[in-house]
Design a protein around this ligand. Sequence first.
Ligand code: ZN
Length: 307
Amino acid sequence: MVGVDLGPGAPVAVLDVGGTEIKTSVLDGEGHLSPAVHSPTPRGADVVERVLDAVSDHVEQVRDAQPAPAAVGLVVPGIVDADRGVAVFSENLVWHDVPFRDLVAERTGLPVGFGHDVATAGRAELELGAARGVADAAVLVVGTGIAAALFVEGRPLLGHGWAGELGHSVVDPGGPACVCGAHGCLEAIASAAAITRRYTAATGIEVPGAREVLALAEAGDEAARNIWDNAIAALAAGIRQLAAILSPEVVVIGGGLSRAGDALFGPLADAVGRTTPPHRVPELRPAAIGAYAGLVGAALLGREAAR
Ligand SMILES: [Zn+2]
């Protein structure tokens, strides 16, 4: 899958629990991941119990594989304290302080590598993907929301799970309201969901996603053009904040919006480097592992736990 080779080591049952779907896979002893299986993320008051059921079911299903998995690799969204193995908070899945690492270890009897989806996806891009060999890097995931995995001198900057919430950095104080209560957060202007929502708010026309807004902009629709250009300017402002504070050599951009390709990367690189800044201008690169970076990262965590 996705051409990533983790090399020989322990086989791992791998899960990436997202806001809308759970991806499962198995890392074999040679270092290859099986094709991902997608299922909807459970919702409701018993979401923790049902996610635990999904993990146990996956481990049971792959237990008969030869060789059987020696560990579980699991990543989840929200605020995650990977050191303690605890999912601190998820706005989306509505959970607080869930000790997933211990709960999964109890249920499966296997060692568990546990982490945050974006931080772990970032690590996969750093070790095996678009930022391979780069010491100072940021991996931005621009999808329904916006979050970043940060690496300084080769080490992840985690802040016990609180670092990297770039989506809630304010890039336009007079801008639209954000779910967090602030105004003009990067995520409220430039996420794929925000681009879609803002187009509908401006025109009354429903569109399925940001891709359609870009297509309309390219066809000469003025409202779509404004919203797309606004998103690019906001992303550039966010990346310039990163450059001023952390000075990454490389900024990798993944998530749904990165599939816009040159329509995103061309104008964004122009906007990031437009003025002579008092900081290093980072090189922008599209994610190499992309949609499956969370699974690859979970596999890396599982391998570590198996040792
Ligand atoms: Zn916000």
